[in-house]
Design a protein around this ligand. Structure first.
Ligand code: FAD
Ligand code: NAP
Length: 321
């Protein structure tokens, strides 16, 4: 796509999840001339969930898209310029920093990386072949297509349990396949899963089981092959939909030439503990799941977005006034 012009601002925030939106609110209140770039998924990961139970204040279970819409409205209340673009590469060597998007180039004195993470895949044969043709990473987006059908969910964390519960109200049968014999998910969700099993009677759990292959006619999935460690045997399950919910990988690759990264997570706390969100490059900060290998919650992403904006303000005041 043709690039139309160059934009300079004091601060660019990359990402429109809870971390990006929160940092935008704080930057605006500090009167920092700021651009927020939404990226490929405006609203971030939370738009994939229909029920949030742990966002303080919203005790009546708000949907992810509604919460993110409210955050967007909150940002829009201020004079933050929101741009729909995807950053493809950066140059953090020179000042101002340069960010190259699909639509525009951006120049700024400070940057907040709030690019979150993307869904991890199984890395098995046929996964690419059936992506979008039976394989999905979002129950809310695609569940409807499997009404009254047999489907499987892979994973044992909060996402997999939530998706299984959600899908059991749509599909005829849901196989939940987890590689260990204990779920990683929160206790409250595990209890909810067992209550749903009691009520809907259409969820079958395969613990200690790994998926080995996805079989079909190249147009749609027909079966999955799993190995049950408990029974030491191969099992074939007839399904038409496969939901992969095995975790996420931070969106950090485009920064790796300049920014210190460990296990795909952007390293922060690089400024003698004074600025908790600073990366190894002064003026470049990171917030949310892209730099958090422990908590990975909406509230922690939002909180670190707040910290990054405060750190960025301090940095700009110290260096550009
Ligand atoms: P994200 O929400 O991942 O947002 C990243 C943003 O960066 C996106 O807007 C994306 O478009 C943008 N971006 C990425 N690459 C680029 C690029 N190259 N250029 C420009 N922009 C880019 N947490 C809870 O606390 N409660 C829940 O109930 C809950 N439910 C969840 C349900 C599901 C199904 C999933 C997947 C996660 C859930 N989480 C929940 C976790 C929560 O969604 C994340 O912790 C949170 O969204 C992280 O926020 P973030 O802003 O760091 O990143
Ligand atoms: P997660 O917590 O990392 O769980 C991933 C699950 O997939 C684990 O059970 C893991 O197994 C399994 N897994 C990983 N790699 C696998 C592979 N190659 N093959 C098979 N299974 C594999 O990921 P998540 O569930 O997506 O959650 C991500 C973050 O978002 C978490 O911090 C979570 O708390 C948050 N979140 C919160 C909510 C909520 O609050 N309601 C909802 C959704 C997500 P092991 O257990 O053996 O490692």
């Amino acid at each position: 796509m043709k690039k139309i012009n160059k934009k300079y601002t004091k601060l660019v925030i990359i990402g429109s999840g809870p971390a990006g939106y929160t940092s935008a609110i704080y930057a605006a209140r500090s009167n920092i001339n700021t651009i927020l770039i939404t990226g490929p998924q405006p609203g971030g990961q939370l738009i994939k969930t229909n029920e949030i139970e742990n966002w303080p204040g919203d005790y009546d279970n708000i949907s992810g898209s509604k919460l993110m819409d409210r955050m967007l409205h909150h940002v829009n209340k201020f004079s933050i310029h929101i741009i729909h673009d995807i950053i493809e590469s950066v140059n953090f060597q020179n000042r101002p920093f340069e960010l190259n998007g699909q639509e525009n180039n951006y120049f700024s004195d400070a940057v907040i990386i709030a690019t979150g993470s993307y869904t991890k895949l199984l890395n098995i044969s046929s996964e690419n072949l059936y992506m979008g043709k039976g394989i999905s990473t979002c129950a809310i987006c695609d569940g409807f297509f499997y009404k009254n059908q047999f489907i499987a969910v892979i994973g044992g964390g909060n996402s997999a349990i939530e998706e299984t519960i959600y899908l059991s109200n749509i599909a005829q049968k849901v196989y939940l396949i987890h590689r260990r014999n204990q779920f990683r998910a929160d206790k409250i969700l595990i209890n909810k899963l067992y209550q749903t099993i009691e009520k809907n009677k259409n969820i079958i759990i395969y613990f200690d089981s790994v998926i080995q292959d996805i079989l079909g006619n190249k147009i749609e999935i027909k079966q999955i092959k799993i190995y049950s460690k408990q029974e030491d045997k191969i099992i074939y399950l007839d399904i038409s939909g496969l939901f992969i919910a095995i975790g996420h990988i931070p969106n950090s690759k485009i920064f790796s030439k300049y920014i210190d990264i460990k296990d795909n997570y952007v390293k922060i706390s690089c400024h003698h503990n004074i600025m908790k969100t600073q990366t190894n490059i002064p003026g470049v900060f990171a917030a949310g799941d892209v730099s958090d290998h422990i908590y990975k919650q909406a509230i922690t992403a939002a909180a670190s977005g707040c910290m990054a904006a405060i750190d960025a303000e301090k940095y700009l005041n110290n260096n550009y006034k």
